[in-house]
Design a protein around this ligand. Structure first.
Ligand code: 6R9
Length: 656
């Protein structure tokens, strides 16, 4: 490094706040700081600004109806169709512009103008209808990042059939659980996909899941691998291309949906074992996804925008599919891994497509940082105007690396805190307003009332840590957990609400700190959820997989700090008599978890122990196990029934 560079590095390292670059502010969608007051003074009508980004078949009567809290309704009486909003309304002005630019892992490309995407979606909507899908039938999708996934989602939206997308990396079991929970009778999947150049069989996994499906299922299979994988279709399974060919040129009128009609379900992990079916609606969700894409990601129709997430998670739903397409922009989709064939794959894509905004996860940024700046340096990244992160806290070092080596100190970074349940971003700076502080997400967005409270619900003072709560509703919020209103109230509204006073407070189960400027630094989950590379995994789900392994009597899992993944899965297991701790059992446990959930949940470490630390009331002290995993000083062990076990386990964890 030259002297000058060394000086620059040193300056960057010390700097803890950054002004939005002037070049960005000039052209930003939202740049007037008055927006915070405007939303505040005009709440909830301020949310008309989000609804105005959509085209309504019939205008809504009321912005917010709150007669039956916490079952809020938004834009009631309004009618619209999400697929028409993402496609049809752009046809006149932007029909020939690109909607989706897709790149496969092997380098093949497919692109769809709005007209082409509209045609594909119409044809597949006709296919679904023909197969018997009716309005409000849940269609499950179990697909990797191929264009047929957003096509199928929009086709569902067109005919008013909610989709439920299951991440392709999830296991057969996970697929079956989600299909059964949603009573879904339709599945769209594919034969396989490529990973690091090798074809990967996906259909066998889907079929394995279907064996446990409680309902008779009609399946559509996309042929992604061509000759690279021969597959046979079973009974009630159809080839995607054959079906679409039969519907060539079909036109399906978008079904007029109520604002509050369900657009999709998305399953996510929570405190208990059963995944939760988060329900999102047409009017509120779509307007919120569009508004946050506009205000936070600064998406404009002429942009080429890239969210490098997977559509199998909420980030991909809101910010690869619905938000950007509602705004009529070009959304880039990449099928593969960031280091195939080389570690500059993402930067090559940014350069080739002239990407203007890049939205990715801290775990990826940490990997790029580790690989070194020579990879981005090989490419011209000057098309970038804005950078974003999501999914987990970003450490200041990774933030600064991203800012300098990817953004060339000319792009604002938005560190966006939100959840599957919130539908869209909640806490983040607006990119042209206010300074950025690496590591801190920033203030709540205009109109969002997020606060930090202590255990009793009192707001904490600046500098203190507390729990994040949201004490006013917002359009993108989940409406309930699918067919489980009770659990919805229990999980999200019971901790801080005062039912008698009719005060309803949403609890996202995250801990955080707040500073004098009201900037919120998220510390992480306070429930039994582990965040591995930005993916939410429930400890209960992992534990039940471990206990499902022959020979395991009892198990506890916690998240241990991990340099790249943020958190990694640690398993503590007690074996039944007659089973020996050792490599064989460890392998069986690892396989059991992968089988039940998927490779993302693969345990980093399996520790065999004869006992687990328990409170006198018999609860496993996960906090202690977490401290042990992180090699941290142990907190209070006086409430333990079996304090000796702690030292024993500590020895085992640090022993190798
Ligand atoms: C969008 C998404 C939600 C959980 C959330 C929190 C963590 C998300 C974050 C963040 C710190 C950020 N999280 N964004 N933590 N800073 N910018 O990730 O949804 O998969 O439901 O996960 O992720 O803990 O509660 P989801």
């Amino acid at each position: 490094m030259s002297d000058e560079e060394t000086q620059l590095e040193a300056r960057l390292e010390e700097q803890d706040s950054f002004e939005p670059p002037a070049s960005f502010v000039e052209g930003a969608n939202v740049s007037d700081p008055a927006i915070y007051d405007e939303f505040e003074e005009n709440w909830p009508e301020c949310w008309e600004r989000a609804a105005d980004l959509l085209e309504w078949d019939e205008p809504y009567d009321e912005v917010l109806v709150d007669d039956d809290e916490p079952f809020y309704e938004w834009f009631t009486g309004g009618k619209l169709n999400a697929s028409a909003n993402c496609l049809d309304r752009h046809l006149d002005d932007r029909g020939e512009e690109l909607a989706i630019q897709w790149e496969g892992e092997l380098g093949e490309t497919r692109e769809f103008t709005y007209e082409e995407l509209h045609r594909e979606v119409n044809e597949f909507a006709a296919v679904l209808r023909d197969l018997g899908v009716e309005e409000d039938d849940v269609v499950t999708m179990y697909m990797p990042m191929i264009p047929e996934l957003p096509i199928a989602m929009l086709a569902c939206a067109r005919i008013g059939a909610p989709h439920s997308v299951v991440f392709a990396g999830f296991s057969a079991d996970a697929l079956a659980t989600r299909m059964n929970s949603a009573d879904s009778e339709y599945l769209v999947t594919c034969d396989g996909y490529y990973r690091r150049g090798d074809p990967l069989d996906h259909l066998s996994k889907a079929n394995e899941g279907l064996e446990d499906a409680e309902r008779e299922t009609t399946t559509v299979v996309v042929d992604r691998l061509g000759d690279d994988l021969d597959h046979e279709l079973g009974e009630n399974q159809h080839d995607y291309d054959d079906l679409v060919a039969e519907q060539a040129g079909a036109v399906v009128e978008p079904v007029v949906r109520d604002a509050e009609d369900m657009l999709f379900l998305m399953y996510t992990s929570g405190t208990t074992g059963e995944p939760k079916g988060v329900k999102h609606t047409t009017g509120g969700y779509l307007s919120y996804a569009a508004w946050t894409s506009h205000a936070v990601l600064d998406v404009k129709p002429d942009d080429t925008y890239w969210c490098a997430a997977d559509i199998g998670w909420i980030t991909g739903h809101s910010y690869i599919v619905y938000g950007p397409l509602a705004l009529g922009t070009t959304s880039v989709m990449y099928e593969g891994t960031p280091d195939y064939p080389e570690k500059d794959r993402l930067w090559e894509i940014v350069e080739d497509y002239g990407v203007n905004q890049l939205y990715t996860a801290p775990t990826a940024i940490r990997a790029f940082m580790k690989w070194g700046s020579e990879y981005p340096e090989r490419h011209d990244l000057s098309s970038l105007r804005l950078l974003g992160t999501v999914g987990e806290p970003i450490n200041p070092k990774a933030w600064k690396w991203y800012y300098k080596h990817i953004g060339n100190e000319a792009c604002p970074i938005v560190d966006t805190w939100w959840q599957t349940e919130t539908g869209g971003m909640m806490i983040t700076t607006l990119p042209a307003i206010g300074e950025m502080k690496p590591g801190s997400a920033g203030p709540p967005l205009p109109g969002i009332s997020a606060k930090l409270v202590d255990e009793t619900g009192e707001e904490v003072a600046p500098g203190e840590a507390g729990y994040v709560v949201v004490d006013r509703p917002w359009p993108g919020m989940l409406r309930t957990l699918y067919r489980n209103d009770e659990r919805f109230i229990d999980e999200y509204w019971s901790a801080y609400s005062d039912e008698e006073e009719d005060e309803w407070v949403y609890f996202p189960e995250d801990g955080a700190k707040i500073d004098d400027d009201g900037y919120i630094t998220i510390l992480g989950r306070v429930d039994d959820v582990i965040n591995v590379s930005g993916h939410r995994l429930g400890t209960m789900e992992i534990e039940s997989a471990v206990v499902g392994v022959e020979g395991v009597a009892e198990a506890a899992t916690v998240g241990g700090d991990h340099e790249m993944k943020g958190e990694a899965v640690y398993v503590y297991a007690i074996l039944e008599d007659g089973y020996e701790p050792g490599e064989e059992m460890e392998q069986a446990i690892i396989e059991g978890v992968e089988e039940a959930i998927g490779p993302i949940a693969r345990p980093e470490k399996v520790v065999f122990t004869s006992e687990l630390p328990k409170t006198r009331s018999g609860k496993i002290m996960r906090r202690l196990l977490e401290d042990i995993a992180n090699d941290e000083e142990l907190g209070d062990t006086s409430t333990l029934r079996n304090p000796d076990v702690v030292e024993d386990i500590q020895g085992k964890v640090s022993g190798d």
